[in-house]
Design a protein around this ligand. Structure first.
Ligand code: NIG
Ligand code: FE
Length: 403
């Protein structure tokens, strides 16, 4: 296969080393190399360096002119709900008029209105929407994404979502405990069904399981039951926790050895301390806090306490209709007090860690997958600085996330 040389790059920006997750000062310690190149072979990075150190290359080499451009690692979106049908634009307008997300949910709207639309879609329609959303994400520089089910909450639709996510190249998470669908009297009865009827097949399609721990969704003991069964079936564990209120998701995540606990807008000092002392990654979703007009998660405090912090979009039709990690980097810098370097590390190395792929994704270094984003910016920090801008000129994919 032809090798690919991206040459004469104005800047090549990556976190050095192989450590993951990055914590504390290491998260903000980014390498910026001027006048660089990236040499790729068969979807992997063969070498990176300065142009002046590049020797002659034998054989066929395709070249990409990087003059004036900045290369960063392909962005990794480790938390999305990108597989859905319908939209929630009517609810968005109601929220703009003062209705709250929780009120809409309690009235049978919210997540459950996307459940109705997703159940009504054919699998081909779901695949089509998933592909459209994947293309939006790629346009914004995302070369690897995770996506959750959780808009089916029945046997066939949950599995159809997981298949559609896989076929779009995403890393699938079974969010079997997202909400209690209307045909069940309560959360326990729904979990009886989901664990007996859906988990056996979901475990063969998904890599992780996720649960929404919140008033009106699942409580700590229901989450424990769901996650324990999912771990027994071989799935990694994730939690939606402390989005609106602290309901014990952080200690539960730590006790069960979860990969991550995500949201954390309501997390207090004890939760920050516990996360910092644990192996659980704190996945922050500032686009969701912005979209719902809520307080931001304690990003700076978590980083300084030594927690492993990742950033993601939470792309979904209700709480974060936003597929752009560059915008999330801007929010991290302006709302969470993360530096541009910390924001970049949080949606490359640390996000890849959450997906169990930090040895292949998230860095521009030999042996890593050749996932590169070329930005048309005068300085790589424009990624966070130029709010809402379309920075991405070219996306280069190496190896797919899934075989
Ligand atoms: O992460 N909080 C729960 N789930 C999603 C929202 C899903 C939706 O509103 O459709 C979230 O914000
Ligand atoms: Fe979410």
């Amino acid at each position: 296969m032809t090798r690919l040389l991206v040459r004469d790059l104005a800047q090549l920006v990556t976190h050095a080393g192989t450590e993951a997750p990055l914590r504390g000062d290491a998260l903000g310690d980014v390498d910026v190399l001027e006048n660089g190149y990236v040499l790729c072979d068969d979807g992997r990075i063969e070498a990176t360096g300065r142009m002046r150190d590049l020797g002659p290359l034998d054989g066929e080499v395709e070249e990409v002119d990087g003059r004036g451009l900045t290369a960063i690692p392909g962005l990794v979106d480790c938390h999305t709900h990108a597989c859905f049908a319908g939209d929630r634009v009517d609810e968005f307008a109601l929220r703009a008029g003062g209705a709250t997300y929780e009120e809409l949910h309690a009235a049978g709207g919210g997540i459950l209105s996307t459940v109705s639309a997703t159940r009504a879609a054919t699998e081909a329609e779901l695949e089509e929407r998933m592909d459209e959303h994947r293309n939006w994400m790629a346009r914004a520089g995302t070369t690897m994404f995770e996506a959750k089910s959780g808009y089916g909450l029945d046997h066939d639709t949950e599995l159809a979502q997981l298949r559609a996510i896989r076929s779009a190249g995403g890393v699938p998470t079974w969010l079997g405990a997202h909400a209690v669908p209307p045909e069940f009297p309560d959360a326990d009865a729904y979990l009886d069904f989901a664990l007996a009827e859906v988990l056996p097949e979901a475990a063969g399609l998904a890599e992780a399981a996720d649960v929404f721990v919140e008033n009106g969704a699942f409580d700590e003991s229901q989450a424990r039951r769901y996650l324990t069964a999912c771990a027994d079936a071989g799935l990694a564990l994730r939690l939606h926790g402390d989005q609106f209120t602290e309901q014990g998701a952080v200690p539960l995540a730590i006790e069960l050895g979860a990969r991550s606990v995500d949201h954390l807008e309501a997390t207090g000092a004890e939760g920050v301390r516990a996360l910092a002392a644990s192996d659980v990654t704190a996945v922050l979703l500032p686009a969701s806090a912005l979209f719902l007009g809520r307080r931001m998660p304690p990003g700076r405090t978590l980083v300084e306490a030594g927690a492993a912090v990742a950033l993601a979009t939470d792309f979904n039709p209700g709480s974060a209709y936003c597929e752009s990690l560059p915008l999330v980097c801007s929010l991290a810098a302006t709302q969470l007090q993360l530096s541009p370097a910390e924001a970049l590390g949080a949606c490359t190395v640390n996000a890849a860690h959450v997906l169990g792929r930090a040895n292949r994704k998230g860095r521009l270094a030999p042996g890593y997958d050749a996932d590169l984003v070329l930005l048309d910016v005068p300085d790589w920090r424009y990624l966070a600085y130029h709010l809402g801008h379309d920075h991405v000129l070219t996306v280069i994919w190496g190896k797919a996330a899934l075989p």
